[in-house]
Structures are given as structure tokens and as C-alpha cells.
Design a protein around this ligand. Sequence first.
Ligand code: ADP
Length: 422
Amino acid sequence: MEWLASVFRLIGTVLLAALAGFYFGNPLAWALVAAVLLLVFWSLQLWRLRKWLADSSGSPPDLFGVWGDIVANIYKRQRKAIATEERLQSTVDYLLDSFAAMRDGVVILEGQGALRWCNEAAQRLLALRYPDDIGQAISNIVRVPEFAEYLSTADYSVPLVFETTGEIKHHLQLVVTQFAEGDTLLFVRDVTDVVRTESIRRDFVGNVSHELRTPLTVISGYLGTFMADPDSLPAPYVRAIEQMAGQAARMENLLKDLLWLSRIESTERQDKDDKVDIAALLDELKEEVANTHPGNPLQLDIQCRTKIPGDYRELYSAVSNLVFNAFKYSSEGEPVVASWREDGDVARLDIVDTGIGIDASHFNRLTERFYRVDDSRSSATGGTGLGLAIVKHVAAAHGAHLEIDSKLGKGSTFSLVFPEQN
Ligand code: ADP
């Protein structure tokens, strides 16, 4: 114990001085002088320690006794702290290097969206200037309204795809993650090729459907003429022509749905300014159902008059798909109820049936084009397999989503859930 030895040395020196003073006849003065000298010595040590601490870059001073001990301890801790700092710095450098080398853009924002760091890809994709733009609000640099709007919402569950405003247009996908205390990490990817391929696919389906319509209309027309006077046909042809007419009608429905789907997809991003009165829409649909299902009316349960900004035709097609599915997959006479109400901060349209129901294992694939729970039941009902795909796209275009709740043998509830209307 160095400090105990120091205390003993201190007391010993004072006692020794007092003893010498005893010999010369003034022990107190000698002890006092020794104590003052010791104090001066300690002060000197303290001054050297302070000097070193003030500029600890140099090597530690060579101090005596307990002071040497203190210096050794501080020096040890200092080395340890420096080693830890170096390790942390090399980890940070490693991470920043790997971010910097990424082909995707990475941006770190702090607090209220001020730029803190970004890699080269982000500078290229978002036209950021680093380090000049440090501290600038990112929404002032990237002047795309959807970008700023998306960042200001707290919901980043679905990535944003937006178009850049520069001379050469790019489609960028933005994924946002929040970390630490209010800091934000942005990942930006160029998805121009994906968007282009998707648009080619959409146009192709739209064009093919359109081109097939004219020949099909001619075929259906002639088949209709033949069917109008079956007696004039040779007997073996009657059944064949009936079947051809049935299949031609099915194909017409399919083309109609395909064209409608590609129209909805291409207008998905456009603003929909009209206010659609869902209650009035349900009234109109009820009339249509009365013509097609005279014995089994659509039951309405309207609890609110909320209007949805959107496109009346699109919303009508989505709701009528759900309602006609409900009738299609229920037995004759089973009730179908459409209820429209506000539920907390959302508005819900539930289409409820007590029909054959669907097993939960199919739920996440139901909205895929041509997905059918059971081919035999669907071909019997004459569906195109596009109904729920249309519903999903219309919902997305209106900021809504489709919820499915169903039990095999018990019935189904398909709900369109619309966000709060301001
Ligand atoms: P389809 O034209 O075959 O009805 P949809 O896309 O409208 O195509 O529906 C996809 C599948 O979901 C249907 O084939 C059917 O099996 C199932 N389905 C849709 N609505 C209901 C419902 N109300 N009750 C039971 N099954 C349903």
C-alpha cells in the first residue's frame, strides 16, 4: 500500500525533524520547518501532475511515492480508454466504408431531418453535395413533394417509390429506418428498370386484351346470330355452338376485367379528387343486385355518411366485385350484408356472407391474379379470377386496404378499410 507507506514517511520525517530539534533545543520549529518543506515538495509533485493532466499527450512525469502511484493508475486507464476509442473508431470506419461502397444510397439524418452523412451513391441518386449540405434539411434539398410528405409521416412500413425531378427521370425506392434517439437512416435504390419492366408488362396485357376484343366481338356476334335461330342449324351443331357462345362470353368477361385492371393500375398514382358517397354507391349497387338476384336482396347497414376522395367507377367496381363474390360463393337465399361505418380513426365497408367460406391458408394469395381456392368451384361460378386483384388495386389507389376474415363452411367478411378523412 503506497499511500500507507507515504503517510508513515510523512509522520516519520516530521518526527525525525522534531527529534533533531530536540537536540538543538527547538523541536517545534524543526518539526514545522520539516512540515513546510514536505508541503512544498507535495505541491511541486501536484503541480507536475496537473501540468501533465492538462496536456496528457506526453509521457507521464516521474513522481515520487503515492503521486507516482496515482500517475501510474491514471496512465493505465488513459491507455485503456485510448485503445477502446481506437477500436470503436475502427468499427465506425469499417461500417462507414461498407456503407460508402454500397451501390444503394445511404443517408443518415439527425433530429428534424438534417443531413449528417451520406455515401457517394446517395449523392448521385439524390443530388446531395457532401460535405457542403451537412446540417441542411433533406426535404429542402430533395424537392419532391411525396418524398417530404413520406418522411413527415411516422409510418414507414411500406417503402416509397418516387420519380426524381432532374433532367433524366429515375424511379427511386426509399426505405426508412429510425435508430438511436430520433436519428433516421435512409436507403435509396434505383428501381427505374423494375418500374419500366412493370409498365411494359402492364401495357402489353392492356394492348393484347384490347386487340383480342374486336375478333372476339365478331365471333360472339356470329354465334349470337346462329343461336337466335337454333332450328335452322343441323342438330349436331347446336350443343357445340352453345358451348362456343358460353366460352366466348367468358372470354369477353376476362378481357373486360383485364382491361379494367390495367386501367386501374395505370391511374393508381393519380390524384382522385372527387368525393365518393359510399352510402349512395351501395344504394345503386343494391338496385343492380335486385335485377340479378331478385329473390335475395343485398342488405344494407349504413351507419355513417362518410365520403371518400376517389374515383366513383373504380370504387363501384371494387365493391360490386366483393358483393357479387359474396352471392357467388353462398347458397341460394343466404343473406349478404354490406355495412358502412366509422371505426375509431378509419371508415370500414364490410361485405358479410354466410356462404362456403375460405380456409385461412389461402388468405395471403387470394388477391393474386387468377388465384383460385378451388378451380372446380370457380369454373362453376364463371369467375375470371381477377375480381380480388381489382379490389386490391382499387383499395391501394385510395390509400385503403383489404382485410379478409373467413371460416371454411361458415362464411366470409371482406372489408375495405379507409384511412381517416381530414
Ligand atoms: P373469381 O372470379 O374466381 O371469383 P376472385 O379474384 O374474385 O376470382 O376471387 C378469388 C377466389 O377467392 C375465388 O376463386 C374464390 O375461391 C375465393 N372467394 C372470393 N370471394 C369469396 C367469398 N365471398 N366466399 C368464398 N370464397 C371467395
